[in-house]
Design a protein around this ligand. Structure first.
Ligand code: SF4
Ligand code: SF4
Length: 364
């Protein structure tokens, strides 16, 4: 496993980090022993950054991680999060996370999921999230305060330069990199560590392996290898979080971390150039647009719409009717309130896309 410095923290972090959001259920619940085996295997293969959060895997992820940590030798780092704006609620959540994972401190504690600049400012108010985290750091309960965000590059740049975070976690992949690149560069310049999540674009990259085949370089067995290598080749990125749901996936991902040959700058630019035109148009499946007042499953419609952008229009209908079991006509319930667009991390024109989908059943 290769390691990189996480900003100015002095910590060497594995280039592949463990994303704790993809544990699978066995029947009605999670088999903690089986899930812990996956975490332990990753540690054995050199992974030392373990990312979890309250609510991941129906609120089981922290407990699974805690179960695994009991059998792991020291020398690994734990990342967890709170999206609470209120200081006392954040404190309570931090204490619960520590208890669930049987830890004395969290190494990387995220002010979680900053969606907009207003949201960011609401975390920084007196007595709010950031200040409470700072107090917990002084008490030794937190080692490094970091943030995670779905903001765009300009907004990230402002947060990085205004506040005193030591690192950040952002969604970054071959599908959305232009949206956040400026923020990444700002973080690197200021000496922040950077973890990237969602490197496979919500599963779209492996699903459209043929389409994305051009990103493969010699040595990449699959587009998954290539997509992970794309992220890991950035100097700005310390660790690439890969959600791992089986020991086999751990082994495969760790091979990439073992044999990582950085892409040459020329190849990186070539890939970026080829991808640039469509990158900011695709849905990444992050699901922040949920909770529509008309109960429209927006992310499913938008993920299906990706197929149109990827020149596979018929697949949109197959996807909706077959894969999701939702009819295109369901979009007609939309009252155009704009709530989903306001929350969309990719700033997609959701309402107009829904309208297009609404007529496809007749036209495709
Ligand atoms: S704009 Fe339409 S799809 Fe979006 S939240 Fe409002 S009703 Fe739902
Ligand atoms: S439409 Fe936007 S918010 Fe919803 S899943 Fe796609 S990218 Fe995320």
């Amino acid at each position: 496993m290769q390691y990189k410095k996480y900003g100015k923290t002095g910590k060497d972090i594995s280039v592949i980090g463990f994303g704790g959001m993809r544990f699978s259920k066995q029947g009605d619940g999670y088999d903690y022993d089986k899930c812990a085996e996956i975490v332990i295997k990753a540690r054995q293969l050199g992974v030392n950054y373990f990312d979890t959060a309250p609510n991941y895997c129906e609120d089981n992820s922290e407990l699974i991680m805690g179960h695994a940590f009991k059998s792991m030798e020291k020398g690994f780092y734990v990342s967890t999060k709170s999206s609470q704006k209120d200081g006392s609620k954040l404190r309570a959540q931090l204490e619960l996370s520590l208890k669930r994972m049987n830890l004395e401190k969290v190494n990387f504690f995220h002010i979680w999921c900053i969606l907009s600049m207003d949201d960011y400012r609401s975390r920084m108010v007196k007595g709010g999230a950031y200040e409470t985290a700072l107090r917990a750091k002084e008490e030794g309960l937190i080692e490094h305060i970091v943030f995670s965000t779905h903001c765009n590059g300009d907004e990230i740049e402002t947060i990085v330069n205004e506040a005193d975070f030591e690192g950040m976690t952002v969604g970054y992949n071959i599908l959305n990199f232009p949206f956040r690149q400026k923020g990444l560069q700002a973080a690197y310049k200021k000496g922040l560590g950077v973890a990237t999540m969602n490197p496979l674009g919500g599963g779209l990259i492996p699903q459209k392996a043929d389409y994305f085949d051009f990103i493969r370089s010699s040595g990449d067995r699959t587009v998954v290898d290539a997509a992970l290598r794309f992220n890991a080749s950035h100097d700005e990125i310390t660790t690439v979080l890969a959600g791992m749901s089986s020991v086999e996936e751990v082994v495969q991902n760790c091979k990439i971390g073992d044999n990582l040959k950085k892409l040459e700058e020329k190849k990186l630019k070539e890939i970026e150039g080829m991808l640039f035109n469509s990158m900011d148009k695709l849905c990444t499946g992050c699901r922040y647009c949920e909770h529509c007042p008309k109960k429209i499953p927006v992310s499913k419609y938008m993920l299906s719409y990706n197929n149109k952008i990827l020149k596979n229009e018929q697949e949109v209908l197959n996807n909706l009717n077959g894969h999701w079991g939702i009819p295109p006509s369901g979009v007609k319930e939309c009252i155009e309130c704009g709530i989903c667009e306001g929350k969309c991390t990719q700033h997609l024109p959701i309402i107009s896309r829904l309208k297009e989908i609404g007529v496809w059943e007749d036209t495709l």
